[in-house]
Design a protein around this ligand. Structure first.
Ligand SMILES: [Zn+2]
Length: 506
C-alpha cells in the first residue's frame, strides 16, 4: 500500500483532486480519506468512469434546515426505494440513530428541492461522503447520488442516502433531526468534575498554590531594592495598615505611621466638575441646599438649644447672632473666629441660663400684649447661601418674626437706654435698637434668611417688657452679605475643610 504519510501536503491534495475527492481538513484527514478510497478501490481511474453528476445549485445557495421546510412522505420514499430493491431498513436506521449524518442543508429552486448532506463512513469515521438528493416541490424523490462506491447516481440507494432520507422524513414530520452533535451545540460542562473526589476536604492552607503565599501583598518594587530602609518601612506600614483595615483591629503599631496626606489625595482627584472640596461642601448642605433639606433641618432642630441636632447644624454655618461680630471684625484673626463658630460649645453662664429660663415667659407676655400666637421654629438655612442660618425666637406671621432678649444685668429694672445699653431713643422719644449693635445685624440677618420684612424685638425684664418694631433694611443687609460672603470664602470654608475633610488636628 502506498505510504501516504511520507507525501507532502501538496501531493496529497493533488491526488485527492485527481480522484475528485474533497481536499479540506488536516493532513491526517487527507491521508485517511485517500486510504479509505484505496480500500474501496476507488482509484482515480474508476472514479473518472462515473458518468453521472447531478446538476445542482451553487453551494452558496444552500441553507440550514430549520423547521419542516422539506415536505415528503414515507410513500414517496418507498416509491423511490422499492423498485431498487431496498428500503429504510435497520442498517440505514442504525446509521441515522448513531448520528453518522453530520449536517443537512437544502436549497429550494423554482421547481425542485435540493438536499445536500454529509455522512461519515461506517468503518472510518474520519472519512465523510457527500450526498445529494433532488426532490420535486411536493416531496417526490427524483435523483440521488453519494460519494461512496455504491453511491453512483442518479438513483443511488446506499446506506448513506437512506440514512439521509430518514433525516428528511423526520424534518417533514416536524421532528428534530438526529445529527452529529458538536461540542458547541451542547451545554457547557466545564464545571462538572471529570473525577469525583471522595476523600476528606483539603484545608485551604494546603491547597497547592502557584504563587508564594508570602507575596500575597503585591509589592511592585524590584526585589533588589526591597531591603532598603525606606522599602522595609513602607512594607511594614502597608502590612499594618492593611491588617487594621481588613480586621478593623487597632494595633498599637499604627501609632508609628502618620496619617495619609488627604490634601494630596484630594488634589489627585481633579477630574470631576467640582473639586473634592466643593463636592464635600455641597454634600454637607453648606454651599447648596434644596427646599426639602431646608425643611428637614428646620424640623429637626425644633426646640433649638434643647436639641442636639440644632448644635451640629449651627456649627456648619454662620448664624445670624454672629453676623455683627464678623462684619465689624478688624484684621485680628478671622481664622480663629471661624474656628470658634464651628466648635460645639454649650455656654453655661449665668446670663445665658437666665435668657433660656425667661425666654418662654417673655414669649407668653409678648403674645398677651400683641394678641397673637407665636409659632416655635428651628434653624432656618438661607436658600441661596446655605452657609448662613438663623434661629428666630418665634414666627409671628408669614411676614414677621420675633426676637426676644432678656438682659441679665438689668433683670430687675425698668427698660431704658440707661439700663439696656443697646437701646436708644429716636427723634420722637421712642425706644429703638441701635443700628450698629450686633443685635441689629442678627435681626436683619434673620429677616433676610426667613424672607420676612418685619421683626418684633422684645426686651423683657422681670419688671418690664418693651416691644420694638424693626423693618427689613435692604441696604444694610446687602452690605452685610458682602462681608459674610467674603468671610465664608476666605476663612470659614477653609477652616471647615481642614476640620471635617482633611481631619487636621484641632
Ligand atoms: Zn453512499
Amino acid at each position: 500500500m502506498t505510504t501516504y504519510d511520507e507525501w507532502p501536503l501538496k501531493k496529497l491534495k493533488e491526488e485527492l483532486r485527481r480522484r475528485r475527492a474533497r481536499v479540506s481538513g488536516r493532513k491526517k484527514d487527507l491521508i485517511d480519506r485517500l486510504v479509505a478510497y484505496d480500500r474501496m478501490c476507488l482509484t482515480g481511474q474508476e472514479e473518472s468512469k462515473r458518468e453521472y453528476q447531478m446538476l445542482r445549485p451553487d453551494d452558496k445557495l444552500y441553507k440550514d434546515v430549520a423547521g419542516s421546510v422539506i415536505k415528503t412522505s414515507q410513500e414517496f420514499v418507498d416509491q423511490f426505494l422499492l423498485p431498487l430493491g431496498t428500503s429504510l431498513n435497520k442498517l440505514a436506521m442504525d446509521m441515522y440513530k448513531d448520528r453518522f449524518i453530520r449536517f443537512i442543508r437544502f436549497c429550494k429552486t423554482e421547481s425542485f428541492i435540493f438536499v445536500r448532506a454529509q455522512c461519515r463512513a461506517k468503518m472510518r469515521r474520519a472519512v465523510t461522503y457527500t450526498i445529494d438528493i433532488k426532490l420535486e416541490q411536493d416531496g417526490y424523490f427524483l435523483e440521488s447520488q453519494c460519494e461512496c462506491k455504491a453511491g453512483e447516481g442518479p438513483s443511488a440507494h446506499c446506506k448513506h442516502v437512506r440514512a439521509c432520507m430518514l433525516a428528511i422524513l423526520d424534518c417533514s414530520n416536524g421532528n428534530k433531526m438526529v445529527l452529529e452533535t458538536t461540542c458547541t451545540a451542547e451545554l457547557q460542562s466545564f464545571h462538572r468534575p471529570k473525577k469525583i473526589h471522595y476523600g476528606s476536604p483539603i484545608k485551604t492552607a494546603n491547597v497547592p498554590s502557584r504563587s508564594n503565599n508570602s507575596k500575597l501583598i503585591f509589592n511592585p518594587i524590584p526585589e533588589q531594592f526591597n531591603e532598603t530602609p525606606s522599602a522595609v518601612y513602607s512594607r511594614v506600614a502597608n502590612a499594618s495598615i492593611n491588617f487594621a483595615a481588613n480586621t478593623s483591629a487597632n494595633p498599637a503599631i499604627l501609632q508609628l505611621f502618620p496619617p495619609a496626606n488627604l490634601r494630596a489625595v484630594y488634589s489627585d482627584h481633579d477630574y470631576n466638575k467640582l473639586s473634592p472640596e466643593d463636592q464635600f461642601l455641597e454634600s454637607e448642605n453648606i454651599t447648596a441646599i434644596n427646599a426639602t433639606e431646608m425643611q428637614k433641618v428646620k424640623t429637626a432642630t425644633m426646640g433649638q438649644n434643647t436639641n442636639k441636632i440644632w448644635y451640629s447644624e449651627r456649627c456648619k454655618r454662620i448664624t445670624s447672632s454672629n453676623f455683627g461680630k464678623i462684619c465689624k471684625m478688624k484684621k485680628a484673626d478671622p481664622g480663629k473666629a471661624a474656628k470658634e463658630l464651628q466648635s460645639v460649645k454649650q455656654l453655661n453662664t449665668k446670663p445665658i441660663r437666665h435668657g433660656q429660663r425667661y425666654e418662654f415667659k417673655a414669649v407668653r407676655e409678648y403674645e398677651k400684649i400683641s394678641g397673637v400666637t407665636v409659632q416655635k421654629t428651628g434653624l432656618w438655612v438661607d436658600a441661596s447661601r446655605p452657609y448662613l442660618a438663623a434661629s428666630p425666637d418665634g414666627i409671628v406671621s408669614v411676614d414677621k418674626i420675633l426676637e426676644v432678649k432678656c438682659p441679665y444685668s438689668s433683670k430687675e429694672q425698668i427698660i431704658s437706654p440707661v439700663t439696656v445699653p443697646y437701646l436708644e431713643y429716636d427723634n420722637n422719644g421712642q425706644l429703638k435698637l441701635k443700628k450698629n449693635h450686633d443685635y441689629m445685624y442678627q435681626v436683619q440677618g434673620a429677616m433676610h434668611i426667613t424672607k420676612t420684612k418685619k421683626c418684633d424685638f422684645a426686651v423683657f425684664t422681670l419688671k418690664d417688657i418693651k416691644i420694638i418694631s424693626i423693618t427689613y433694611d435692604i441696604v444694610m443687609v446687602e452690605e452685610m452679605l458682602k462681608k459674610l460672603d467674603d468671610f465664608f470664602v476666605k476663612h470659614f470654608r477653609r477652616v471647615y475643610l481642614e476640620r471635617y475633610l482633611y481631619h487636621e488636628s484641632y
